[in-house]
Design a protein. Structure first.
Length: 117
């Protein structure tokens, strides 16, 4: 069973930074893509950023230039560096991973990010 475990959420003031991490229980080489999504209260879950095994990235317009997604295939780890945080970035952030060969997908349990101050 594949498990994704997120960490790094918390409370930060506007303009601050946080780094989220997601560690997989298996090799991430077959995950294509991996990504981060978020869900704010009363809103639908939305894409934040995704990354392929080859390093190709896609970002939501709302986070371009502020967030950076990266993956370390040797550590089975996905990261999201979030800078210049805004109150509207407040949400539960979820790690996701797709395995097209096996036709399955996985989600982490989520980590809360609150931007307030």
């Amino acid at each position: 069973q594949v498990q994704l475990t997120e960490s790094g959420g918390g409370l930060v003031q506007p303009g601050g930074s946080l780094e989220l991490s997601c560690v997989a229980s298996v090799s991430i080489l077959t995950f294509n893509p991996m990504g981060w999504y978020r869900q704010a209260p009363g809103k639908q879950r939305e894409l934040v950023a995704i990354i392929t095994p080859y390093g190709t990235t896609t970002y939501a317009d709302s986070v371009k230039g502020r967030f950076t997604i990266s993956r370390d295939n040797t550590k089975n780890k996905l990261n999201l560096q979030m800078n210049s945080l805004k109150p509207e970035d407040t949400a539960v952030y979820y790690c996701s991973a797709d395995r097209p060969y096996f036709r399955d997908s996985f989600w982490g349990q989520g980590t809360q990010v609150t931007v307030s101050g």
